[in-house]
Design a protein around this ligand. Structure first.
Ligand code: XMP
Length: 312
């Protein structure tokens, strides 16, 4: 169901002003449509009392930091960057269980924001949690990184800030409407979803800088080559298994990349994009040529359910 974006925005600007009060708020934006919409809502509601941050945790795509800055600049927003890659890789070291990885990420993410809240002398965090995130986490499908109070974690007691979630009742396609109405470019409101814990949700097993580097490259290739189809979401995944291949005429026990592309309205269910062979072949050729560590490229043909969109 479409929403009345104009009315939604004016109601939310009021809600933000009321909930945040005069102490100001922090918004951490990854560049995704949800957190970008929140950043601009916060800026419009609070002006300089809204501090917009990019948490550079080492798990984002190469272009994300630059894109966040470029897209927010026209609105007069200066983005502060937190360089915390080392902390995140240290916390994720040796962690293989998918839910443990998600919980470790969530804890460090909020601990990092707790520090930033103190440093910036604000009291609240405005975040882009949407309805699907709440439903999936409460339904125990997976621990979405941005759910706290809905599962009994008190952010004030645990991390030292109040959480405000202006998008909690709406789904992705409705957030896109809001982002368009707010004045963002199509590059923002039409973009594919990208999860908060970033590439960590697409690495099976331990997350290391070396694996992230391989996956970041594969992700870029998939996103570039599939763009013309405008899928709901497309991604590359680094599997934990290896396979025998041949590189420079010699045996190479190398990595396996899975490619996934899905169509969906609200991310609660998804069907597989019927990607033409010519595009799959282009993706395969580029991955093999540009990432020497990879010896196999697979295409995932599983809908959601029973699969989920991400791999952990
Ligand atoms: P799944 O993998 O559960 O994903 O089918 C549904 C949608 O949610 C995104 N996703 C996340 N987004 N934090 C987020 O902000 C998370 O922890 C998270 N986990 C999954 C996923 O990319 C898809 O669009």
């Amino acid at each position: 169901m479409k929403i009345q974006a104009k009315r939604f925005i004016s109601e939310k600007l009021e809600e933000i002003k009321q909930e945040v009060g005069d102490r100001g708020a922090l918004v951490a934006t990854s560049g995704g449509v949800d957190s970008m919409a929140c950043a601009l809502l916060a800026h419009k509601a609070l002006g300089k009392r809204a501090v917009i941050l990019f948490v550079d945790d080492g798990l984002m795509r190469d272009s994300d930091k630059k894109r966040v800055r470029e897209e927010l600049k026209p609105f007069g927003i200066n983005v502060k960057v937190l360089n915390v890659q080392k902390d995140f890789f240290k916390a994720l070291k040796g962690k293989e269980d998918p839910e443990e990885k998600r919980k470790v990420f969530r804890h460090l993410f909020y601990k990092t924001l707790g520090k930033a809240v103190k440093q910036n002398k604000v009291k609240s965090l405005i975040q882009g949690t949407i309805a699907a995130d709440i439903i999936e986490t409460k339904g125990k499908i997976k621990t979405q990184h941005n759910i706290l109070k809905q599962i009994g974690i008190d952010p004030e007691k645990r991390f030292g800030f109040k959480v405000v979630e202006p998008l909690r009742e709406i789904f992705k396609y409705q957030v896109r409407q809001v982002a368009k109405e707010l004045g963002f470019s199509p590059r923002v409101y039409k973009q594919m979803p990208f999860p908060g814990p970033g590439l960590a949700t697409r690495i099976i097993g331990e997350v290391t800088p070396r694996k992230v580097k391989i996956l970041r490259r594969a992700t870029e290739i998939v996103e570039e080559e599939i763009k013309e189809l405008r899928p709901f979401q497309a991604l590359a995944v680094l599997l934990n298994d290896k396979a025998t291949g041949i590189r420079k005429g010699k045996r190479s026990f190398g990595n396996i990349i899975a490619v996934r592309s899905v169509e969906s309205k609200d991310a609660m269910t998804a069907s597989v994009t019927r990607v033409p062979w010519r595009i799959l072949e282009r993706i395969r050729d580029r991955i093999i040529k540009e990432i020497p560590q990879v010896v196999k490229v697979l295409f995932d043909i599983t809908p959601k359910p029973p699969s989920t969109i991400e791999y952990i």
